[in-house]
Design a protein around this ligand. Structure first.
Ligand code: ARG
Length: 463
């Protein structure tokens, strides 16, 4: 029988030579997967409880193992645990330590289990909690966006298409668009919980087991909803990792788009928003500078998030079923992406508390670029019984006239307007007022002030 002397690897009977020092160094993952120690111990406790319930191990052995595992958890938590690269990963480090604490009976813990199902059980539980933490951070960001929006319902700014003035909008309406993006992110993360609720434990190496295990029992104990269906697929599957990485990528992309926008709006050319000193940095040579570095950091980080998604996709591409060492890299990628997003959300929340609209400049810019032209066209349809295309052409002619006279639309006199459309009355002049323009967009989802207030209340109630 194999004697598990504690300084030897588990497979020392079969593999006589030690691995090369270099192989040991690169092949070990414990520096990374030790992050999973809590999940690993919870998984082992549920597993031995199940083994006892199914009469596969004795009461005494179960209790000894649980005692040892709880002790190990405390040791790791208190940083008293010595991780050893020689034992490759968190699973074997814990098993080895269990032998030291309780002796040979530790050998029962790995009955009807393999590291192949163990590692993904740990990782799925970890991602489930990470998803909850991300959702909490997203809620904070949504709340901060909502606070800023509440203060800016009547802050008028230009809405852009192609980065050219399009139609007047409320700054709050713009901010509420971000809330929709973040709400979709939350929904996306929550959708992915479905596969994270499928319990891999019991798939063992790839075939399942001849022991009479009860997978429903561990499913319940570990907060899963059902056992996975196919043992081969179970140990091969990393789709749940891809889902997580994709969700992170999309959320980072949202943050990156917003960051880019704020960078543009903060530039001297636009000057639509101010950033407080807390979120800018200076230049080593240009004394006047206040640079939006933090926003640039956010924009850049999406690149790393995408990179991680692509790494995982590439690792999986062409990989036959079932377990291969290639898969070991999944955890590093997951942890890195998670850190990226958690940091980005924290930073973005900070940004939201440190930006303020430059209201004067916003109005000034809104008043340029014939921004109420569409309002005029709509007015002509409604009041002069014209088709929209006809009204569009009339309005274009009026814009040409304003351009020729180097006037804004609201600076044209009624007489000048009448040279294009004689039937116009002074009533038309009200369509050039920005407030009216915005407030007329009462269609559901539009930028009217009433709509915005309703939406703000709705979001507040959803919280
Ligand atoms: N550390 C390994 C990983 O993360 C655990 C699974 C190892 N299984 C094996 N058959 N080598 O992928």
């Amino acid at each position: 029988m194999a004697k598990n002397k504690n300084n030897q690897s588990i497979w020392n009977i079969r593999i006589k030579d030690k691995p090369s020092a270099f192989f040991q160094k690169v092949g070990s993952s414990v520096d990374i997967d030790k992050k999973l120690y809590k999940e690993d111990i919870a998984g082992s406790i549920a597993h031995v409880e199940m083994l006892f319930k199914q009469k596969i191990i004795s009461f005494k052995v179960k209790n000894k193992i649980i005692y040892g595992l709880i002790k190990i958890e405390k040791e790791i938590y208190n940083q008293k645990f010595k991780f050893n690269k020689k034992y490759e990963d968190i699973h074997m480090n814990i098993e080895k330590r269990l032998f030291q604490i309780i002796g040979e009976e530790a050998g029962f813990v790995h009955t009807a289990r393999s590291r192949n199902d163990q590692v993904i059980t740990d990782l799925k539980i970890w991602i489930r909690f990470a998803t909850k933490r991300i959702n909490t951070s997203l809620n904070k960001v949504i709340q901060s966006t909502l606070n800023l929006a509440s203060k800016n319902v009547y802050t008028i700014m230009p809405g852009f298409t192609h980065l050219k003035n399009a139609q007047a909008i409320s700054f709050a309406h713009y901010l509420l668009a971000y809330i929709e993006m973040f709400k979709r992110d939350k929904r996306r993360f929550n959708y992915s919980l479905e596969s994270l609720y499928e319990n891999p434990l019991g798939a063992v190496a790839l075939t399942g087991t001849s022991f009479n295990i009860d997978r429903n029992y561990t499913t319940k104990k570990l907060g899963f909803k059902k056992p996975t269906n196919n043992s081969i697929d179970t140990v091969s599957d990393r789709d749940f990792v891809l889902d997580f990485l994709y969700n992170i990528s999309v959320c980072s992309m949202h943050i990156s788009r917003i960051a880019e926008e704020l960078i543009i709006w903060n530039s001297e050319g636009f000057s639509l928003i101010n950033l407080s000193d807390k979120i800018v940095t200076g230049s080593s040579i240009m004394p006047q500078k206040k640079n939006p570095d933090l926003l640039e950091y956010l924009r850049g980080k999406s690149g790393s998030a995408y990179g991680n998604l692509f790494s995982m996709l590439t690792i999986l591409k062409g990989l036959p079923l079932s377990y291969f060492k290639d898969l070991q890299d999944d955890k590093e990628i997951v942890f890195k992406s998670n850190d990226i997003l958690m940091n980005s959300l924290k930073i973005f929340d900070e940004v939201l508390k440190n930006i303020s609209p430059n209201k004067k400049r916003m109005i000034e810019l809104t008043n340029s670029g014939y921004i109420t032209a569409t309002d005029l066209a709509d007015y002509l349809v409604k009041n002069q019984s014209m088709s929209f295309r006809k009204a569009y052409q009339k309005t274009a002619a009026i814009v040409n006239l304003a351009e020729k006279k180097t006037k804004k639309l609201n600076e044209l006199t009624l007489e000048e307007l009448k040279t294009v459309e004689p039937k116009l009355t002074s009533e038309v002049l009200k369509v050039f007022e920005l407030y009216n323009s915005i407030n007329s967009k009462k269609s559901y989802g539009g930028t009217s002030f009433g709509n915005i207030k309703k939406m703000i209340n709705k979001y507040k109630k959803q919280k």
